[in-house]
Design a protein around this ligand. Structure first.
Ligand code: ATP
Ligand code: MG
Length: 284
């Protein structure tokens, strides 16, 4: 998680006037005042080839979190391989908030599984920060996944028999922290997300919006290099969905790099850059 205030870390592609934290004196993120959707940076325009070429040309390679080139991926159907992703090039710089927008079946989850080191491409190169994922044994990919990536899913994927605090500390226990260390480590995130009064509840006792905040807390506590969200508002009503998107923007303004997958243009508009995926082709 990046809890740093703006100014402490160099952010990319964020206009100065947008680079303001929404935290109040309590340290808890507050909802933004309602802003019209039109108050989006220019880079939200899907046709913004300019944004992408700026990313490619002006970002030195060491500033890239994601650098995918020539990625192909298909699934075996009997003896035939059905191609899904075709020659995908995708770069994301540190501090970006990018939406991958495409219709059902276009290959979004397939791409997310590759980005999240949950699956292996058939061909092509994938560097996550300085790590060559395409050359990595599977066990090491699991380690990278746990240390570098925070996942946020449409259906939250919380463990129903665990309480909220147990769910949030889980990634830290996997890394070898004691329960006490993990609980202490998590408290700033828990307070920031305003879920500190729900810690002994079970997931079923929370609203959808609260559950998604818990899953965001769980994604953040491991201080990942990348937050990956697959349809994070898909199961929420419009008000809770809009709160989650505001939270994403605030987390991005604090320096977190976010890639969000969605089929919904209104959701994608919350990001600072949109790339389209159509029939497995990424259209920048
Ligand atoms: N494990 C699999 N085995 C075989 N085919 C698969 C597998 N996973 C996905 N596919 C196929 O790959 C294509 C892309 O699927 P994917 O799940 O990536 O789409 P998506 O864009 O995430 O769709 P949605 O918006 O409905 O979630 C689809 O045609 C799907 O049927
Ligand atoms: Mg999907």
């Amino acid at each position: 998680m990046n809890l740093k205030q703006p100014g402490q870390k160099k952010l990319k592609h964020i206009p100065a006037e947008k680079n303001q934290s929404k935290k109040d004196g309590s340290g808890q993120i507050q909802p933004e005042s309602d802003q019209p959707e039109s108050d989006q940076p220019e880079s939200n325009q899907p046709e913004s080839d300019q944004t992408v070429s700026r990313t490619k040309e002006s970002q030195p390679e060491q500033d890239l979190i994601i650098n995918m080139t020539g990625i192909n991926k298909g699934y075996l159907l009997g003896t035939d391989k059905i191609p899904v992703l075709h020659d995908v090039d995708f770069q994301v710089a540190k501090g970006e908030f990018v939406a991958i927008l495409g219709p059902s079946g276009s290959g979004k989850t397939t791409l997310m599984n590759l980005l999240g080191c949950m699956d292996i491409a058939d061909s092509g190169d994938y560097y996550l920060e300085d790590q060559a994922i395409h050359q990595m044994p599977e066990e090491e990919m699991g380690n990278i996944r746990n240390r570098k990536i925070g996942f946020i899913f449409q259906n939250y994927q919380l463990i129903p028999t665990y309480d909220i605090l147990q769910n949030i500390i889980m990634p830290l226990l996997v890394r070898g922290m004691t329960i006490r260390e993990a609980e202490e480590h998590c408290m700033p995130v828990i307070r920031m997300l305003g879920i500190d009064n729900r810690l002994r509840h079970r997931p079923a006792e929370l609203s959808g919006g609260q559950k998604q905040r818990v899953s965001i807390a769980r994604a953040l506590v491991g201080e990942p290099a990348l937050l990956l969200a697959d349809e994070p508002t898909g199961a929420l009503d419009s008000s809770s969905g809009s709160d989650v998107l505001k939270l994403f923007r605030q987390l991005n303004e604090m320096g977190n790099t976010i890639v969000m997958i969605t089929h919904d243009m209104n959701v994608a508009k919350a990001a600072r850059r949109i790339v389209h995926i159509v029939d497995g082709h990424l259209k920048i």
